[in-house]
Design a protein around this ligand. Structure first.
Ligand code: UTP
Length: 296
């Protein structure tokens, strides 16, 4: 089977309850870090990794997300007329080719595994990337590109992984490591949100490259941890069946933008990374910190 990865699934059908009331009317993926919606960071990362087809698994109330990918012709011609070429460039960089995006619907939020399964008819016998837009990653080369390069060596199924303190493992899928080869580990098991005795400190975060057999496993899956159909279970079934599952310790910083604290941290990091903001914003943060210290 070819190891070329040209399709990516973006599951965006979750309810986003941690951001209520905002998510009552705005899809979480449209919320912005500085001036770009979360979805744009995910798309840019996928494009940099060579992805050509983008499959969104959406749900009710995600209209603003679909609209975001329309070309803004009126806005473009008004910017052109007024000579605002820098803004025009920013806008045009977000344009996607006609037919590059497909939307499938998940009718009920039955879990990440179920959301990925909803895209099955758009895939042939080929590997597919899965990108969770909640996980925004600062890294060079971008995380998915690192994974695709590693996957070209290993094949199998690959997940992005990072070390977390033991007390945090209960919030993640955790790898049971059979062989540690440095940047890449081979897994002998995977446990979703272990309540106790995590098999390692290697947490799985929201980037995956799935072998086609993972979709077959999802066909058979029943509800797992938390009553949801878990992608972790379908990947663990690969190992059970004697097929390879690898974790990549990616280089970069990951922000959990599905949580409020993670979103705020990302806002600070991406704000400070912008040339036009770093001085003013950096000074402001320094002032806040010194006022905080003085008040202690
Ligand atoms: P989360 O576990 O963060 O759930 O999903 P959520 O609904 O987005 O947010 P909270 O916890 O209610 O605040 C992780 C990713 O999986 C997608 C979500 O859209 C998110 O990108 N997902 C989750 C689905 O597409 N469908 C599901 O049934 C569940």
């Amino acid at each position: 089977m070819s190891r070329t990865v040209t399709k990516a699934i973006f599951p965006v059908a979750g309810l986003g309850t941690r951001f209520l009331p905002a998510t009552k009317s705005i899809p979480k993926e449209i919320m912005t870090l500085v001036d770009r919606p979360l979805i744009q960071y995910a798309i840019d990362e996928a494009r940099a990794a060579g992805i050509e087809e983008f499959i969104f698994v959406t749900s009710r109330g995600k209209g603003a997300l679909e609209d975001y990918f329309d070309h803004a012709h009126e806005l473009e011609s008004s910017l052109k007329k007024s000579g605002k070429n820098d803004l025009l460039d920013i806008l045009r960089e977000t344009n996607m080719d006609s037919g590059a995006i497909a939307y499938v619907r998940q009718h009920k939020a039955l879990g990440l595994g179920h959301a990925v399964w909803c895209a099955r008819r758009l895939l042939q016998d080929e590997p597919v990337a899965v990108v969770l837009t909640d996980d925004v990653i600062m890294g060079e080369p971008p995380c998915l590109q690192q994974m695709i390069e590693a996957y070209q060596e290993t094949g199998g199924t690959m997940v992005a992984t990072m070390e977390v303190p033991t007390e945090k493992t209960k919030s993640y899928g955790v790898l049971d490591v059979a062989e540690d080869m440095g940047a890449i580990v081979r897994a002998r098991g995977m446990v979703e949100k272990p309540k106790e005795n995590p098999p390692s400190n290697l947490a799985v975060i929201g980037r995956y490259i799935l072998a086609p057999t993972v979709m077959e496993n999802l066909n058979k899956l029943k509800q797992g941890a938390g009553g949801e159909i878990q992608l972790t279970d379908a990947i663990a079934d690969e190992i059970e069946a004697g097929r390879d599952v690898f974790g990549l310790r990616f280089r970069g910083q990951r922000f959990d933008c599905g949580s409020k604290a993670g979103f705020l941290q990302a806002t600070v990091a991406f704000g400070l990374a912008r040339d036009e903001l770093k001085d003013e914003f950096g000074d402001y943060l320094a002032d806040v910190m010194s006022m905080r210290k003085a008040a202690e």
